[in-house]
Design a protein around this ligand. Structure first.
Ligand SMILES: *Cc1c(COP(=O)(O)O)cnc(C)c1O
Length: 476
């Protein structure tokens, strides 16, 4: 497919500007470019076709089954898009006085009230733009808490090895040293190792639950107790709230801070880079440190206020506001019962599919899973040479998106499957059948799988080359 630059024809204009109806104000000479920018010149028709063609080559949740584990690629109801596009939200200006933006403030306020209930926390901020950004803020809040008490020795954060990869990265960015806590053979936190690691230098614990193996750690209250006894605080990575929404609350498990991914659980289309929203919920002990611009309700008026010991802002203005509008619309549509059904459906669908695939496929852990499960293809690879990558590519040929591959790192030849609650039984049956068919092919004709995908515009890509030597702009 040709690039826009290659389709460009000099002088082919796209813009028809309306006549000038204000006094002309020329750009000052010293601010003008010396040369015209090298932009593609193309007609509106050709431009529309270009993007329509790109869209047909992309794969999204509206094209088919998208079981990308840990990403919650579920169907996002279109009504939420309509709400976010309402003029009063979409065209609001961030510097508009709060008396003229009461509706926007009410959205932030009401979304906060519901998420407090959902997480069991005492306050929520919508500043962070994504999950990892929420993690960073959560840890900055923990740091601020210890510093405020004059407790300056706490520089270590305990992170189980089944945590999401962003957890140790965020901890490092927050200036903390990461201490990895091993898992037991059954994929739970090793309590003895946790006890040994927790001490006077522990700032806190950062835990992903369900962890990246798709397992809910039933020792969770014991885990938070050990950390609290050592004087640390507990951080809950709630990016995958789909698994527990309306059923269990991080606040009740003993956690002090939690982040959610609105773009996963609460219905905003994602992938390809955003926008996202990673609100952070905290217990009362951390409320005073939250970023600026929290919303309060006073005598029938919504107002912004800055918490007294605020760590400042982590993003301009009020976070990615339109994502919060979508989330509120989603939560109000479902109600408390509907939100609980999200989790029940997500867990049921994952277990249904797991049951169909096992024992043909080997699970990384025995037993039931939460909203997703991990398979290990280590034996298959040893026996047939067919890898997790080969199976993933063959799934693409069968009209599905690939699952997450080679993650979590503690499982070899991993495939991580998250069906989500929005898939029908028929879709799950078809997907499971396709995966079993691929397994048969692995034993009969492995070369077919090494060659996959064969139905896509390009076949196997040089992924290392793309990562090491990315070509990010047009080479004139
Ligand atoms: C997706 C995810 C994150 C990171 O969220 P981003 O919005 O991509 O920054 C963190 N933790 C878990 C468990 C996740 O699934």
């Amino acid at each position: 497919m040709k690039l826009l630059f290659e389709k460009s024809v000099p002088g082919r204009a796209l813009s028809i500007l309306p006549p000038l109806d204000v006094p002309e104000a020329p750009v000052p000479e010293n601010l003008l470019r010396a040369e015209k920018p090298r932009l593609p010149e193309i007609s509106e028709n050709d431009l529309s076709r270009h993007y329509a063609a790109l869209e047909r080559r992309a794969f999204g949740v509206c094209d088919g089954f998208y079981p990308l584990g840990s990403c919650t690629m579920k169907y996002n109801p279109k009504v939420n898009e309509q709400m976010a596009a309402l003029d009063g939200f979409a065209r609001a200006h961030p510097l508009q006085g709060e008396q003229y933006a009461q509706g926007c403030l009410e959205v932030l306020f009401r979304a906060e009230q519901i998420l407090k209930e959902v997480t069991g926390m005492d306050a929520v901020t919508f500043q962070p733009a994504a999950g990892a950004h929420g993690e960073l803020l959560g840890l900055l809040l923990i740091n601020a808490y210890h510093r405020d008490r004059g407790d300056t020795k706490r520089k270590k954060v305990l992170v189980p090895d089944s945590a999401h990869g962003t957890n140790p990265a965020s901890a490092t960015m927050a200036g903390l040293e990461v201490i990895s806590i091993p898992s037991t053979a059954s994929g739970r936190v090793d309590l003895e190792a946790l006890k040994r690691a927790a001490g006077e230098d522990t700032a806190g614990l950062m835990l992903t639950n369900p962890n990246t193996l798709g397992i809910f750690d039933e020792n969770i209250q014991e885990i938070t107790r050990i950390v609290h006894d050592a004087g640390g605080l507990c951080y809950y990575d709630g990016a995958n709230l789909n698994a527990i929404l309306g059923v269990a609350r991080p606040g009740d498990m003993g956690f002090d801070v939690v982040h959610l991914n609105l773009h996963k659980t609460f219905s905003t289309p994602h992938g390809g880079g955003g926008p996202g929203s990673g609100p952070v919920g905290v217990k009362a002990i951390l409320k005073d440190f939250l970023p600026r611009d929290q919303v309060a309700k006073t005598d029938d008026m919504f107002r912004f206020f800055d918490p007294p010991k605020s760590v400042g802002r982590v993003k301009a203005f009020y976070g990615n506001f339109s994502v919060v509008v979508r989330a509120l619309s989603y939560m109000l549509t479902l109600g408390a019962e509907g939100m609980r059904e999200v989790a029940e459906g997500a867990v049921l669908n994952a277990n249904y599919m797991l049951k169909k695939l096992v024992p043909a496929y080997e699970p990384a852990q025995p037993g039931l899973c939460m909203h997703e499960f991990v398979l290990t293809l280590e034996k298959l690879k040893a026996e047939t040479g067919v890898s997790a990558l080969d199976v993933a590519k063959a799934m693409v040929d069968r009209g599905m998106h690939a699952p997450t591959m080679y993650f979590p790192l503690i499982v070899h030849e991993a495939l991580m499957v998250e069906p989500t609650e929005t898939e029908s039984r028929e879709t799950l049956d078809e997907a499971a059948e396709a995966m079993l068919d691929i397994l048969r092919l692995a034993r009969e004709d492995p070369q077919k799988l090494h060659d996959a995908p064969v139905t896509t515009p390009v076949n196997r890509l040089d992924e290392v080359g793309a990562a090491r030597n990315p070509v990010l702009r047009y080479q004139f």
